[in-house]
Structure formats: structure tokens, C-alpha cells
Design a protein around this ligand. Structure first.
Ligand code: PEP
Length: 257
């Protein structure tokens, strides 16, 4: 049985003060949440990780980084290691987000190094995969998913593959207000799950959680969550407000009942 996971990617929004406000608001709204049924992860900018972790301490709400570098330390100006994220209170880390791929030249090899680094220090990687609009229109969606998933997981043993979360995020749906239809999301998630079966085994295919990301909102989360291979959501814009994010979490929890 896969546990639902809803994560909020705050991107480069929220100062420390604003991040404390937002996480306090979410703590108030979600205090009744059944944390045995659903994982909630907040991914603020690096600067606010420790403060957010302190606010949600002992609530069952998790904190995640938005990226990491694959070495433990060194002369890599601007980078942050997995060990540093752990110390700041993180349990999760987003890897290979399409904005990293698009604006910072991140490619499969770097994603693979980061994923291994995250696992080696006990962080759960949320690995983002997904096609651009031109790739979808050219009928290449599954090819892109295959390349992203196999590239990210290259050299990973089944026992480690079991520990990851995959976020299917069609790039054309991120921050555009255009959500993939539940059918499109299910089709992509099913493809990824079948691919995990081919790459590993039935256990990995049935255990790995696959989140959908791309303009998730309170009014579309339930239908997405009803798809058999959709195990949660990675939420950008709608995670920046207490009302919308808590509503998404509550609606996802209702679908589980
Ligand atoms: C994201 O940044 O991962 C994302 C899905 O953004 P949005 O929800 O704003 O489309």
C-alpha cells in the first residue's frame, strides 16, 4: 500500500519571516491530519529550512530541500550538500526539477549523482521527470520519461530504488494553469510504473510512489488522486498560501477515506 505524499515546492519565494508565517498557518490548519495516511512535505528555500523545520517539529509534517550538490563539502560556491540539508532538518530533497533542467543546465547524469548523494545521507529524493510541450506534441512523451527515469536511476539497486519518490511533472503544466487531464496523468504514471517493473521488479513497481505535479489546485486534486497510479502531488504555486495548500492536503486525504 503506497502512502499518499503531498509536497509543496516554494521555489524562490518566501523570506525567512514569510516562511515562518506560512508554516505556522499550515501547522494550524493541518494539526488534525492523519500522518499515518499521508505525508506532507514543505520545501522552502535553503535560507528558511531550519526555521520551517523548527515550526513543524513534532507535527509529522516533513521538510525538504529543493536541490543539493552531490559532494559532501568543498570549493563549490553556492552549493549545498545533503549533509547540510539533513542538519537543517530535511528528510526529503527535490532533484531534477524542470526549472533546474531548463535554467541551470541540469541533465540526467547530474540528477543521478544527486540522487545517489541524497540516498547516501538518508534523504528521500523526489525525482522530477516530465516532457516539454514540443516533446509531447512530437509524440515523444514516453521516450522522455524513459530517458529521465533510466538516467536518474542508473546504477541504483532495487533496495535503493524502493526508497525514492518520482514526481511526474509535464513541463507544459508547471505554473501555466494547464493541468494534465487525470487520464493523461494516469497514462504517464502507468508508463513509469511499468518501466520500474522492467528495470527492477514487481516490488519496486508497486511500492514506489509517483506524484503528479503541474498546476495542482484544490479543485483538481481529488480527480487526480482517484487515478490508480497517482500517489500524491508536487505543488508549486498553490503551496504558497495556507488556504490553497491545506485544502489540497485535506481533499487528497478525503479521497483516501
Ligand atoms: C512545481 O514547481 O513543481 C509545480 C508543479 O508548480 P505549479 O504547481 O505552480 O505548476
Amino acid at each position: 500500500m503506497r502512502k499518499t505524499i503531498i509536497a509543496g515546492n516554494w521555489k524562490m519565494y518566501k523570506t525567512i519571516k514569510e516562511a515562518i508565517e506560512l508554516s505556522n498557518g499550515l501547522k494550524r490548519e493541518l494539526f488534525k491530519l492523519d500522518t499515518a495516511a499521508i505525508d506532507v512535505v514543505l520545501c522552502p528555500p535553503f535560507t528558511a529550512l531550519s526555521e520551517v523545520a523548527e515550526v513543524v517539529d513534532e507535527t509529522g509534517i516533513f521538510v525538504g530541500g529543493q536541490d543539493l550538490y552531490w559532494l559532501e563539502e568543498g570549493a563549490f560556491t553556492g552549493e549545498v550538500s545533503g549533509k547540510m540539508l539533513k542538519e537543517s532538518g530535511c528528510s526529503f530533497v527535490i532533484i531534477g526539477h524542470s526549472e533546474r533542467r531548463q535554467f541551470f543546465g541540469e541533465a540526467n547524469e547530474g540528477v543521478n549523482n544527486k540522487l545517489k548523494a541524497a540516498l547516501s545521507c538518508g534523504l528521500t529524493p523526489i525525482v522530477c521527470v516530465g516532457e516539454r510541450l514540443d516533446e509531447r506534441e512530437a509524440g515523444k512523451t514516453f521516450d522522455v520519461l524513459k530517458s529521465h527515469v533510466t538516467g536518474a536511476l542508473s546504477g541504483l539497486l532495487a533496495e535503493d530504488a524502493l526508497k525514492i519518490v518520482i514526481a511526474y511533472e509535464p513541463v507544459w503544466a508547471i505554473g501555466t494553469g494547464k493541468t494534465a487531464t487525470p487520464k493523461q496523468a494516469q497514462e504517464a504514471h502507468k508508463y513509469i510504473r511499468d518501466l520500474l517493473h522492467k528495470l527492477y521488479n514487481q516490488e519496486v513497481a508497486s511500492e514506489v510512489r509517483i506524484q503528479y505535479g503541474g498546476s495542482v489546485k484544490p479543485d483538481n486534486i481529488a480527480e487526480l488522486m482517484r487515478q490508480p497510479d497517482v500517489d500524491g502531488a508536487l505543488v508549486g504555486g498553490a503551496s504558497l498560501k495556507v488556504e490553497s495548500f491545506s485544502e489540497i492536503v485535506k481533499k487528497a486525504a478525503e479521497v483516501l477515506k
